[in-house]
Unconditional design. Structure first.
Length: 445
């Protein structure tokens, strides 16, 4: 009887196992259910990530708290450095504590003792130097993270250049979408000048995926600018913190009439900063090259009084017509050229520039545009291509004199993908000066 029950039980177990295997195999080959991820869930995930990265975390090496983002960014680039710093500290501790340790375990005292002490102090000096250097780099990254929280207000037409951006965004949300130039302007005149330059270069800034946000020292902004600080008080506070705590800016009195700027890369990292108003032409050539290939097409065609004046300028430049060139310029001396001369640059007069063996006869020019400003001035830009294949950005500043457009300044700088300009050419009625990269930085300070 027991044998029959055991047989019946085994049979039922075999049937259950077969049914389980069949059901498992059928489910294995069934179409998998698609996992839906809603935009709401993604937004929560991104918000949680940003919140996590913004939280403070204690760093035992510097004995300070930093943003998690700061520590992560630093660790990704310097993975072994904290361990090396810690080892130098432990080595110094071991060398100086060697006599006490030997006495505690009954071992002979280390000889010579002064050598152990000197080596320990040297190791601690190295520890202090490396720790200080690491703390400075962490502080720089921390300041970049603080700047990333600043907001900008972007007009719809400008926001359309950067896919995925809204009319109001933080600098953090601009990462991998736009480069950023932030400027602090001490008075209304300098604020208007920065926004005027940005307006005149709007097409070239768009080609480089760059936005410019300027704020006055009193928190004022230009409401008509394509991009402006969203919360001006936060921007002035950020600049005050940067300028009074970062030695890289040099001596700075926040209450003085001095401008300052910073430049951020696509990844939101600082690639430039300094005292004085930013020279957007130099930044475009040296730090913010265009994302796509630029070319001098279509060629110059004129069509408006301003573009006609630009066309006459290039006609005189290529033909070497000195009288026509002098007739195009106003009597005003460009401040940038004067600053270069004061710094030791040498001016080449137009007589030299237009010689048969010096002028650019084979220069191709095109893709021109024009912008007029409320103060009676105007800006024209164009793309130049030289005979050796180099592509340049050219910018002309004009002023209305008795109904005629007169040239105040002309600048050219290399402008091509994956190219960093090493020099810039600046011209006015006196002639042209060439500034190498080091001189450019010197003139902005």
């Amino acid at each position: 009887m027991l044998l029959l029950q055991d047989a019946a039980t085994d049979d039922m177990m075999r049937r259950s196992c077969i049914a389980l295997l069949l059901s498992t195999r059928i489910n294995a080959f069934a179409t998998p259910k698609r996992r839906l991820t809603t935009p709401t869930r993604l937004s929560y995930q991104l918000a949680d990530k940003e919140k996590y990265l913004a939280e403070k975390e204690f760093d035992p090496v510097s004995l300070r708290q930093w943003r998690r983002e700061t520590l992560i960014r630093y660790s990704n680039a310097n993975q072994s450095e904290p361990l090396r710093i810690l080892l130098t500290f432990l080595l110094g501790l071991s060398l100086i504590g060697a006599p006490a340790l030997a006495d505690a375990i009954g071992a002979p005292a280390p000889e010579p003792l002064p050598a152990y002490v000197a080596a320990g102090l040297g190791s601690w000096a190295l520890f202090a130097r490396e720790r200080g250097s690491r703390t400075k780099r962490l502080a720089k990254i921390e300041r970049e993270c603080d700047v990333a929280e600043l907001e900008v207000a972007i007009r719809p037409a400008a926001a359309a250049v950067f896919p995925g951006l809204s009319s109001r965004a933080s600098l953090r949300s601009l990462r991998n979408s736009a480069r950023v130039v932030g400027a602090l302007c001490p008075d209304a005149a300098s604020l208007a000048a920065v926004n005027r330059d940005a307006k005149g270069l709007r097409r070239r800034l768009a080609a480089s995926r760059c936005v410019v946000a300027a704020v006055g020292g009193d928190g004022s902004v230009d409401a008509t600018a394509s991009c402006a600080p969203g919360k001006p008080s936060d921007w002035t506070a950020a600049f005050k913190g940067l300028l009074t705590t970062d030695d890289a800016w040099g001596d700075f009195d926040f209450e003085s009439k001095t401008a300052a700027y910073f430049a951020l890369s696509f990844k939101g990292r600082s690639v430039g900063s300094g005292l004085g108003a930013p020279d957007l032409v130099e930044l475009l050539g040296s730090l913010y090259p265009p994302r796509d290939i630029v070319a001098p097409t279509p060629p110059l065609a004129g069509g408006t009084p301003l573009l006609d004046a630009q066309r006459r300028f290039y006609g005189a430049l290529r033909s070497g017509d000195l009288d026509a060139m002098r007739g195009l310029f106003s009597d005003a001396e460009a401040a940038a050229v004067t600053a270069g001369l004061d710094a030791g640059a040498r001016v080449d007069p137009w007589e030299s520039q237009l010689r048969d063996d010096a002028r650019p006869k084979d220069l191709e020019v095109g893709d021109a545009d024009e912008t007029t400003h409320d103060d009676g001035s105007a800006t024209t830009t164009a793309i130049e291509a030289t005979g050796n294949g180099q592509t340049l950005l050219a910018v002309q500043r004009w002023v209305d004199v008795g109904g005629d457009w007169k040239l105040v300044s002309h600048s050219t700088i290399p402008f091509a993908t994956n190219t960093q300009a090493g020099a810039v050419l600046k011209c006015d009625c006196r002639g042209c000066i060439a500034l190498v990269r080091g001189q450019q930085a010197q003139l902005r300070e």
